[in-house]
Design a protein around this ligand. Structure first.
Ligand SMILES: Nc1nc2c(c(=O)[nH]1)N[C@H]1C(S)=C(S)[C@@H](COP(=O)(O)O)O[C@H]1N2
Ligand SMILES: [Mo]
Length: 319
């Protein structure tokens, strides 16, 4: 049963439950001497954050589904690969290079970059281009907070993002050598400064697990999931439209904009409906085989906030 059925936020009731579970885990685990194998999950940092009005009228996906059914090709193309293979990724120390058309370019240590920025929980719909969806309680802040720190030059028109490229810690890179690593993504500047556009550093009340893009990833809830680039190491302000990984791989299938649009089908499947991960009353154990169907809303339900960004564009067309 979701806490949202009675209009409570995830964090209202689950942080306490999580806390108790953690204590039980620690007690049980040390008693039987398997603490080390569990310590990674029980050590996840609990974050301080405030709640906001960003929530949706749908059941929140279970934490276990959202952290085990993933796309993060740097760790393999299977849905469970990111969870199974990403513990090798070293996320401390972490820095983000910010360059291009900014007043204060530099290689920012993560703590410095985040200092003074307050975290908030936002519950967003998340719609993958593969026609499945989740509802995720992210923790983070509007990307524009970072721009306030570094200052944007008036000629900047786009933002380019880049993921960590570290083959020794990312087994999917070596096993997929023809993939155009590193993973890159981009937004138009007005999309990037829309308040909905978020940098997430946590989810479900805790810091991001590696498989979900630790220590910081983008979340753009009105676009297909592949726009939400993980484990960011570089942000570049530019005046030209940046290349994006999936567009480079299959330009006929993945555009630069990639706004969620139920009226424009992927060349190989319909985008009209989506499989809600874990959304079945008959849980069959793995999200690959469960999930009820629902209609996909235009802009993934965020049209009120973002439709004006595309007023000149014919939304029946593929972009
Ligand atoms: N660096 C990187 N970022 C990525 C991906 C990836 O393979 N590599 N996959 C994208 C895709 S296709 C989706 S659907 C989301 C999945 O996010 P989640 O695993 O947190 O649900 O991450 C996106 N960000
Ligand atoms: Mo995706």
């Amino acid at each position: 049963m979701s806490p949202y059925n009675n209009n409570l936020k995830y964090s209202d009731i689950t942080s306490k439950v999580d806390f108790l579970n953690r204590r039980q885990l620690i007690a049980g685990a040390s008693a039987v001497g398997i603490f080390s194998s569990l310590s990674k999950s029980v050590q996840a940092d609990i974050l301080k954050y405030k709640k906001t009005e960003y929530k949706v009228d749908a059941e929140v996906t279970s934490k276990s589904d959202a952290t085990s059914f993933n796309n993060f090709y740097e760790f393999g193309t299977g849905k469970n690969d990111p969870k199974n293979n990403s513990s090798m990724m070293k996320i401390k120390p972490w820095s983000v290079e910010i360059d291009g058309l900014v007043d204060k370019p530099g290689n920012y240590n993560l703590d410095d970059l985040l200092s003074g920025i307050s975290l908030e929980e936002r519950i967003y719909r998340f719609r993958c281009v593969e026609a499945w969806s989740m509802v995720v309680p992210w923790i983070g802040f509007s990307l524009s907070e970072i721009f306030k720190k570094v200052g944007i030059r008036s000629n900047a028109k786009y933002v380019a993002f880049q993921t960590l490229y570290r083959p020794s810690e990312m087994v999917g890179i070596g096993s997929n050598p023809r993939f155009p690593w590193p993973y890159v993504e981009g937004l138009r500047l007005d999309e990037a400064i829309n308040p909905l556009t978020m940098i997430a550093t946590g989810m479900y009340g805790e810091s991001l697990p590696n498989q979900n893009g630790a220590p910081l990833r983008l979340v753009v809830p009105w676009k297909y999931g592949f726009k939400s680039i993980k484990s960011i190491v570089k942000i570049t302000l530019t005046d030209t439209q940046p290349e994006t990984t999936w567009n480079k791989l299959a330009p006929k299938e993945y555009g630069f904009y990639s706004n969620v649009n139920p009226n424009v089908d992927h060349p190989r499947w319909s985008q009209a409906r989506e499989r809600v991960i874990g959304g079945s009353i008959f849980k069959l154990g793995t999200p690959l085989f469960n999930g009820s169907k629902r209609d996909t809303p235009m802009f993934n339900g965020y049209g009120k906030e973002v439709a004006n960004l595309y007023s000149g564009m014919d939304l029946r067309k593929y972009y």
